[in-house]
Design a protein around this ligand. Structure first.
Ligand SMILES: *[C@@H]1O[C@H](CO)[C@@H](O)[C@H](O)[C@H]1NC(C)=O
Ligand SMILES: *[C@@H]1O[C@H](CO)[C@@H](O)[C@H](O)[C@H]1NC(C)=O
Ligand SMILES: *[C@@H]1O[C@H](CO)[C@@H](O)[C@H](O)[C@H]1NC(C)=O
Ligand SMILES: *[C@@H]1O[C@H](CO)[C@@H](O)[C@H](O)[C@H]1NC(C)=O
Ligand SMILES: *[C@@H]1O[C@H](CO)[C@@H](O)[C@H](O)[C@H]1NC(C)=O
Ligand SMILES: *[C@@H]1O[C@H](CO)[C@@H](O)[C@H](O)[C@H]1NC(C)=O
Ligand SMILES: *[C@@H]1O[C@H](CO)[C@@H](O)[C@H](O)[C@H]1NC(C)=O
Length: 760
């Protein structure tokens, strides 16, 4: 394993979703990889098969260009390598919708089922056998460690007859490693390899579905891992691990490699997953924040059209506004909250005070005496970033035998531990900066170390800087359960408003994503440090990447109970039943500020699976609704064709409106006018009932009125429409926000939608 691979991928753990912009590779002839979208319906009748037509189109501009992939489901088209001139010429060929340069993306539990109210012995809501074991969750990620107990097929019946997938053999992977639990395992490397201009170096990474990174094994087992007793990381979080939909089957599509995830490979993975007949797709990889025609969104659209529920991580770029990614309205965008579990470590200072932080360190403890404490900024050879403990910056003579306080930022805290250890430090305290607030992510540090929240960090830093002889020690404590309040919104969880269409609220909801225990790869240590020989079966990591598969698993459970529900119906059920207050009625907190969180952070709220199964009413949406939404955004014909795969055009006589997309939440952008009207249609999926509306608005600046105020349903599947008028004080300063809710209830169900109003 090369150090560059491991040190770069350790950032996957926490900074999971960075979009790097367009990716051009030069291989001497200035060729780059392109994705070519074809209007399949325009194929001349002289061709027997579309692949022949694609090939002929390609040959008309280049004799030698290699066809990397032919796509049949996610898009109609192919991937190839061309010079910019060839790409331009191809663009003007008949039937070519667009020629897009390849983009590169980066990747962005024992306690969670109980925390979500899904106890193994009390899940009567979700059947133990039968339909739930026929649901297949597809995971687009870094592959899988098939030997993990989380993929044991003991007790699983035959593979569902609808399954068309299979397992690819390759480096350290044979098709026989698949079983009745792990029913699909494929890898897609052609985009990556064409950027390398050579094959994957098999001594460095597995040219197969095998996971050399850990991320994919973790997400797959979170969504649908089997039940494993006594799962823990070095004794931490010990208990029974199981995926959310632990009866469901798993199919993995490895699309991410040492340098990230090429969208040619991502599209190929989604293309195959659709063909294989997955029911759910879990994608903890970033998307574009500028347009809905990025590859993940387009592939997800095709999946949605086939009834496949797609959940995506919201990104780890919080707490800053408009940082949310994967915001297409046809995907479910998942932010991260905490669990009710902590991994405490006590920081004891020489002045007798002590502060609690978090750690997963389980090695030899510090000597039983106070050690000198230094602030990294004072013992560094780097004047600007000395506080961040970057490799090679700490001055050994000033660090040896001491506890070093480093600040968060730049590199993973586990790597800072590596730097302190290399310089001779005995221990480390990692301090949260302002933006991370009181969030405590735990790490299996290489040396005795702990992370502390911002308030404690400020006090400890001040002590280290002002005391003439500062000393400290770190005491590691057992796992603590039932921590309150929980959940709280993670500081890193990306925030709205939606950067593409502020009138669609994103993220949609939150799920557990902080310090999550799930299966791990046997290829690297839990903190991914090259020389660290430690190998574990389970690891504890954080990110919206971890929250997304919780929702994928929940969607699988709902799909098993309601096989007829569309992806939009499943999302609606999860959103309208989500909660945004604690049991005592107080609002969910945002750990970045320790103030109430808002719908820009938590969307509709935290998922509540036991109520989602019986939501009463749903907000449904179809393919044509989403395409009408793109028409409302004035997307041009080639963009519409890319998403619809050629068979939809906007009707220019029709008025399309974003305000009418039947979304289960409301976002209003005040741009000078005083009133905004939205319409919605609800479908009754409960019994007969009379629903009354209740609106709340946090400030006088927004008045919400709903017409009609009562909806009377006589039968199942009956639809009723209503309109909402938001009357706002348009003089509020730009940047102001106001929140509220619209709730329908028949006394048995509460169907709640968040409202977010922002002034531009
Ligand atoms: C593959 O990686 C190994 C280990 O780093 C290296 O020794 C070898 O030269 C590489 N092979 C190729 C073909 O680059
Ligand atoms: C985990 O819990 C099980 C059951 O309570 C126990 O038998 C086992 O020893 C524990 N393992 C660790 C590492 O604490
Ligand atoms: C930590 O501080 C509290 C109160 O400040 C004190 O009661 C406790 O004994 C201290 N714990 C340790 C281990 O020093
Ligand atoms: C230590 O760092 C602090 C904060 O950067 C600075 O104010 C102080 O002057 C430094 N002290 C020494 C002795 O360098
Ligand atoms: C400090 O570190 C940064 C980041 O590694 C580097 O760009 C800069 O040149 C360093 N400055 C000094 C004075 O060493
Ligand atoms: C459609 O819009 C895209 C993005 O702005 C642009 O690149 C493309 O040329 C446009 N196509 C047409 C047919 O106008
Ligand atoms: C596009 O075509 C497919 C199959 O040809 C069809 O199932 C789908 O409904 C069409 N979509 C639209 C929006 O017409």
């Amino acid at each position: 394993m090369s150090s560059s691979f491991l040190s770069s991928t350790t950032s996957f753990f926490f900074i999971v979703l960075l979009y790097l912009g367009s990716f051009h590779v030069s291989d001497g002839s200035q060729k780059a990889t392109y994705i070519v979208h074809m209007a399949k319906a325009q194929m001349p009748s002289s061709f027997d098969h579309h692949s022949l037509w694609y090939d002929s189109s390609l040959r008309s501009v280049s004799e030698s260009a290699e066809m990397l992939y032919t796509y049949n489901n996610a898009i109609h088209g192919f991937a190839t390598r061309l010079t910019p001139e060839e790409a331009d010429t191809l663009m003007s060929q008949p039937g070519v919708i667009s020629v897009q340069p390849e983009q590169r993306y980066e990747l962005h539990t024992t306690r969670t089922p109980q925390f979500l109210g899904l106890d193994i012995h009390n899940s009567g809501l979700f059947p133990e056998t039968g339909p739930s074991s026929d649901v297949v969750v597809g995971v687009i990620d870094t592959g899988v460690w098939p030997e993990s107990k989380s993929f044991s097929d003991e007790g699983y019946g035959p593979i569902p007859s609808t399954w068309k997938g299979g397992c690819d053999a390759g480096t350290r992977f044979t098709a026989s490693l698949c079983n009745r639990k792990l029913i699909g395992a494929r890898f897609f490397a052609r985009g990556y390899e064409s950027s390398l201009t050579g094959q994957v170096n098999e001594s460095k990474e597995s040219r197969s579905p095998r996971d050399d990174e850990g991320h994919g094994t973790h997400t797959a087992s979170t969504a649908a891992g089997s039940v494993v007793e006594g799962a823990n990381l070095l004794g931490f979080a010990n208990g029974t691990a199981r995926g959310i939909a632990y009866r469901a089957r798993v199919a993995v599509y490895k699309v991410c490699w040492r340098t990230g995830c090429h969208d040619t490979d991502i599209l190929a993975g989604i293309d195959k997953a659709i063909e294989d007949n997955v029911n759910i797709l879990s994608i903890s990889i970033s998307g574009s924040r500028t347009v809905y025609t990025d590859s993940t969104a387009i592939g997800a659209f095709a999946a949605m059209e086939r009834g496949i529920f797609v959940s995506c991580s919201a990104g780890n770029d919080g707490p800053f506004p408009t940082s949310v990614a994967n915001v297409a309205p046809w995907v479910t965008t998942v932010g991260a909250g905490t669990l009710d579990r902590d991994f405490p470590a006590l920081m004891i200072l020489g002045n007798g005070k002590n502060y609690t932080g978090a750690s997963l360190f389980r090695g030899n403890a510090l000597p039983a005496k106070l050690l000198p404490l230094v602030y990294a900024g004072n013992v560094s050879n780097n004047a600007t970033y000395g506080n961040l403990c970057f490799p090679g910056t700490l001055i050994s003579e000033k660090v040896k035998g001491k506890i070093v306080m480093c600040e968060k930022g730049g590199i993973n805290p586990a790597n800072k531990g590596e730097v302190v250890k290399a310089a001779g430090g005995l221990g480390m305290i990692v301090a949260n900066t302002r933006s991370r607030g009181e969030e405590l992510q735990a790490y299996a540090f290489l040396l005795p170390a702990a992370a502390v929240g911002r308030k404690a960090a400020d006090i400890i830093r001040n002590y280290a800087l002002t005391d003439p002889n500062p000393t400290a020690s770190i005491l590691f404590q057992p796992t603590v359960l039932n921590v309150q309040p929980s959940p709280v919104l993670a500081a890193f969880s990306s925030r709205g408003p939606n950067p593409i269409t502020p009138n669609i609220l994103k993220p949609d909801l939150i799920a557990p994503g902080v310090n999550i225990l799930a299966a791990w790869t046997g290829a690297v240590s839990p903190i991914g440090i090259p020389f660290d020989p430690l190998r574990v079966e389970f690891n504890i990591i954080s990110g919206t990447s971890m929250a997304c598969p919780h929702v994928s698993g929940l969607a699988a459970l709902l799909k098993s109970v309601h096989p007829e529900w569309s992806p939009a119906a499943i999302r609606s059920a999860l959103m309208t039943t989500a909660y945004n207050t604690y049991k005592d009625g107080k609002p969910l907190l945002d750990i970045a500020t320790v103030q109430p969180s808002t719908p820009f952070g938590h969307g509709a709220g935290h998922v509540s699976p036991t109520t989602a199964v019986n939501p009463g009413l749903i907000y449904d949406l179809t393919t044509v609704d989403y395409l009408g939404f793109l028409c409302a955004l004035n997307y041009n014909s080639s963009q519409i064709k890319m998403v619809s795969r050629g068979n939809y055009t906007c009707d220019h006589r029709k008025t399309y409106s974003v305000a009418d997309l039947n979304y289960p939440s409301f976002a209003v952008t005040v741009d000078g006018y005083g009133t905004y009207k939205y319409t919605r249609t609800v479908t009754n999926v409960g019994g007969a009932g009379t629903y009354s509306v209740r609106v709340t608005s946090e400030t006088m600046a927004v008045k919400i009125s709903v017409v009609p105020e009562v909806l009377n349903f006589k039968e199942v599947n009956e639809k009723k429409s209503y309109s909402v008028t938001f009357t706002v004080d348009s003089s509020k300063p730009s940047g102001s926000n106001s929140f509220g809710s619209i709730e329908w209830s028949d006394g048995k169900h509460v169907v709640a939608s968040p409202v977010a109003v922002s002034w531009t």
